[in-house]
Design a protein. Structure first.
Length: 104
């Protein structure tokens, strides 16, 4: 009986813990976003990390966000709240593009 009670208490505690939002990373290397196309659930934090030897920036084509210039090793994060397709580009090299698709 004690084991059964302990099981229910443990289950109740697990349900009361906060649910952590998902996180995904996009690497900037060799003048490319890797992956170039990413699909995430709403509420996911996406981080762009510059591993190139030159600065890069990232900005949403519809002006939803814009990072400062990122030196080697620096990163920028944005949390996507609303489902949709979001195109972005490098602010210093506009031919570098990518898309984040956000689902429910």
């Amino acid at each position: 009986m004690k084991k059964l009670a302990l099981f229910f208490v443990a289950g109740a505690l697990l349900h009361s813990l906060p649910v952590w939002a998902a996180e995904k990373e996009i690497e900037i290397k060799n003048y490319v976003f890797v992956p170039q196309n990413l699909t995430v659930a709403a509420g996911t934090k996406v981080t762009w990390k510059n591993t190139d030897q030159i600065p890069h920036g990232v900005a949403d084509k519809n002006k939803l966000f814009r990072s400062p210039a990122l030196d080697t090793g620096e990163s920028y994060s944005f949390t996507y709240a609303t489902p949709g397709a979001y195109s972005y580009f490098c602010t210093l090299h506009p031919y570098m593009t990518g898309t984040v698709t956000v689902t429910k």
